[in-house]
Ligand binder design. Structure first.
Ligand SMILES: CCCCCCCC/C=C\CCCCCCCC(=O)SCCNC(=O)CCNC(=O)[C@H](O)C(C)(C)COP(=O)(O)OP(=O)(O)OC[C@H]1O[C@@H](n2cnc3c(N)ncnc32)[C@H](O)[C@@H]1OP(=O)(O)O
Ligand SMILES: Cc1cc2nc3c(=O)[nH]c(=O)nc-3n(C[C@H](O)[C@H](O)[C@H](O)COP(=O)(O)OP(=O)(O)OC[C@H]3O[C@@H](n4cnc5c(N)ncnc54)[C@H](O)[C@@H]3O)c2cc1C
Length: 627
């Protein structure tokens, strides 16, 4: 039944103004208009089709990604899209590609670590895509331990050049997206050696490939590192391997905002802290938090719509069976994820603000908030990506068997998303950074340095002052517990930013009430999940724990009639969702049935291989057949 909205009865039940919620989700009326227009533009253009992705071979997939990236660029130029609109377009094209790292890491690294002069030279080329950049930090032997990188950059004062070299197998660059087959340039991180002295890891702009015929420049061995998890998915990206054999680059291609090498071979450090070398990671971690709410909300939208369509058991007097969304067990798994999607959206918004603030301060040489910004971006990146990866998998299970079909969109979403727990800082390694920041704060509690901002609450936790432990080797020995403390700190951040959001004026009938319900679900669900910790530390009594659980059940009932409208508020097109189970009109079964017949296996009724393998088996000729 084309055109019938099978979820109309659900949409009629909702108790709030969905259009107003769409604006809250988007962040502002302007952001909503841009996002709405660009998502529809992408959805209606056959050049951006993606429904055949899981059936393509790696080579076909990769070439198709190149085509889409070129087509996206042409669309951006032809339609004179602004930077904001172009970023939205790349987002809705929804395919991992070299452009992510070019715009998301290469350009921000030059902006954050390059001098004015370097920015003037390289940024215009990068903005016009006359050069394509990647971010070559990780090596075969070291990813997390950036100080352990082995690639060397030795200054040669005779020629005023750096010699970039990979001295060992483990020093091969390994993983950088876009490096394998596309990038013409890299920000390569290497151990700087000046006058025989090691000066730590620095970033260098290195040309990799000829701008004429794309062949690797002399001294470079470069290629793709091979197939990754899942079919399709992140295999659209050419993560690469690169070895340098005494490659020479001009001195002015070292990123010199943080420290400089003069032509006489003198190493000088500016007043800015060394940690700014890690500045690009701060930026990307912040965007990854914003992206987490997108990926989680997408999975939740699919699972919620499908849970309203799917019926199992409970028919009375021949009437319809129960929608699975009405089961309390389904609600207790699904609605906390719905609440998390909103919570991550708001904490992501706040983090964007925090990042803008710290950037402004850094420009004015105020470095006081950098440690806090690092702890917040690292911790929230870790927390939101872990929860989102787990959440996508939970959504797949919430969709029963059909969730396992590629046409549900969930397997590919999971496969594309799950490396976010590893890249841009492995999640446990990042939590250890947060723990270190917290311990530093605790150790200073007695001093005149009072904690402010996100750690101001520590002054109110008096027993922290008395905390002493008798464990040898302190931090390392207790690191597993410290990681738990870091997670709790980050959860507190998420909850408090959700509450702060609710203190603002939020227009639209019933919108604020819905958000209050979601905020309470988010907080109480955490309390319920970790009640053991809360009880064992005496923060709550068993009575409180029971009350929280009762309240949760009541909150789930309040969400139930609004569930479909709350996911409609994400304003995702069917193209972006890429899921039959999550389609807007809920007309799931005919679409699933139709899609099955499009599978390449169904191109012939009798499969290839019948005569060779099946027939001899059936005819008991298997021993004589040549296999
Ligand atoms: C379908 C479409 C998809 C679209 C998606 C769009 C959205 C996404 C956007 C974009 C696309 C992204 C696509 C993926 C790309 C992936 C890219 C990569 O993966 S690039 C590689 C990242 N590599 C890491 O992150 C290494 C992790 N390791 C580290 O960061 C460090 O080495 C660390 C922190 C673990 C250890 O650093 P130490 O060896 O210097 O050790 P210590 O002594 O602990 O730190 C020294 C001081 O520096 C501070 N610090 C460390 N990192 C800092 C930072 N980043 N900023 C400020 N301070 C920092 C610390 O707090 C410490 O401070 P005190 O001494 O305590 O005061
Ligand atoms: C899809 C994808 C894209 C990527 N893109 C890029 C890119 O564009 N550019 C780039 O430079 N890199 C890129 N990377 C590399 C990525 O940043 C690293 O893989 C990541 O930082 C993790 O480092 P690692 O691989 O060394 O992990 P490891 O550090 O080896 O982690 C292995 C295990 O050791 C644990 N561990 C490590 N150190 C500690 C510690 N101090 N204490 C306790 N436990 C510890 C970790 O928790 C983990 O469980 C990409 C990776 C992936 C998967």
């Amino acid at each position: 039944m084309e055109g019938v909205d099978h979820l109309a009865h659900e949409r009629n039940k909702s108790e709030f103004d969905v259009d107003a919620m769409k604006i809250v989700w988007a962040g502002s009326p302007h952001a909503f208009v841009v996002s709405d227009r660009i998502s529809k533009l992408v959805a209606s253009d056959p050049g951006f089709r993606k429904d055949n992705r899981s059936t393509l071979s790696r080579k076909e997939l990769f070439k198709n990604t190149l085509r889409k990236a070129a087509y996206a660029w042409k669309t951006i130029i032809d339609l004179h899209l602004s930077e904001e609109e172009a970023a939205k377009l790349r987002f809705y094209v929804d395919e991992p590609a070299f452009t992510d790292v070019h715009w998301g890491m290469f350009i921000p690294a030059i902006k954050g670590q390059g001098t004015e002069e370097q920015q003037q030279k390289w940024l215009p080329l990068a903005y016009k895509m006359q050069i394509i950049g990647c971010y070559a930090q990780t090596e075969l032997g070291h990813g997390s331990n950036v100080q352990g990188l082995e690639t060397t950059a030795t200054f040669d004062p005779q020629t005023d050049e750096f010699i970039i070299h990979s001295p060992t197998l483990t020093s091969s660059k390994w993983w950088p997206g876009g490096l394998g087959k596309v990038a013409t340039h890299a920000i390569a991180y290497a151990l700087l050696i000046v006058g025989g002295r090691e000066q730590g890891v620095h970033g260098f702009i290195v040309q990799l490939r000829s701008l004429e015929d794309h062949s690797p420049l002399p001294g470079m061995t470069v290629g793709d590192i091979g197939m990754k998890f899942g079919n399709g998915a992140y295999n659209a990206m050419d993560n690469g391997v690169l070895r340098f054999d005494h490659v020479r680059i001009p001195r002015n291609q070292m990123l010199m905002r943080v420290s400089q090498v003069t032509c006489e071979g003198k190493y000088k450090q500016s007043d800015v802290p060394r940690q700014l070398v890690y500045g690009a990671m701060l930026y990307v971690r912040q965007t990854i938090v914003a992206d987490a709410s997108c990926a989680l909300s997408r999975a939740v939208c699919i699972a919620t719509r499908y849970s309203a369509v799917r019926r199992q058991f409970g028919s009375q007097n021949g009437g319809p069976e129960t929608q699975v969304i009405d089961y309390k067990t389904q609600q207790s798994r699904l609605f906390p994820l719905l609440a998390s999607a909103y919570a991550f959206r708001f904490v992501g918004e706040w983090l964007k603000w925090l990042y803008a603030d710290v950037t402004q301060r850094l420009q004015a040489n105020d470095f006081s908030t950098l440690p806090e910004a690092h702890a917040c971006t690292a911790g929230l990146k870790s927390l939101t990506t872990t929860a989102t990866a787990d959440g996508i998998e939970e959504c797949r299970k919430l969709c029963g068997g059909h969730g396992y079909l590629c046409s549900s969109g969930l397997p590919e979403l999971f496969a594309v998303y799950v490396p976010a727990c590893t890249y841009e800082g492995e999640n446990t390694v990042l939590l250890l950074q947060v723990a270190r920041f917290l311990m530093k704060t605790v150790s200073q509690l007695g001093s005149s340095k009072k904690p402010v901002g996100t750690i101001a609450y520590m002054t109110r936790v008096e027993h922290l002052m008395q905390c002493r432990c008798g464990v040898q080797r302190g931090f390392a020995e207790l690191s597993a517990d410290l990681v738990e403390a870091a997670v709790a700190h980050c959860q507190l951040l998420v909850v408090s930013k959700f509450i702060e959001k609710l203190q603002q004026e939020i227009p639209g009938k019933g919108v604020k009430q819905q958000l209050e319900v979601l905020c309470n679900i988010y907080a109480l669900f955490l309390l319920h999940k970790h009640q053991g910790d809360f009880l064992s530390t005496g923060c709550i009594t068993p009575k409180h724990a029971a009350l929280a659980n009762d309240e949760l059940r009541s909150l789930y009932s309040q969400v139930r009639p609004n569930a479909i409208a709350l996911v409609d508020a994400f304003n995702y097109t069917d193209h972006y969702l890429g899921s039959i189970l999550g389609c807007y009109d809920g007309n799931v079964y005919p679409k699933l049935y139709e899609a099955a017949w499009k599978d390449p296996l169904n191109e012939s009724v009798v499969p290839d291989g019948y005569h060779q393998y099946i027939r001899p088996l059936l005819k008991q000729e298997i021993r004589t057949a040549r296999l």
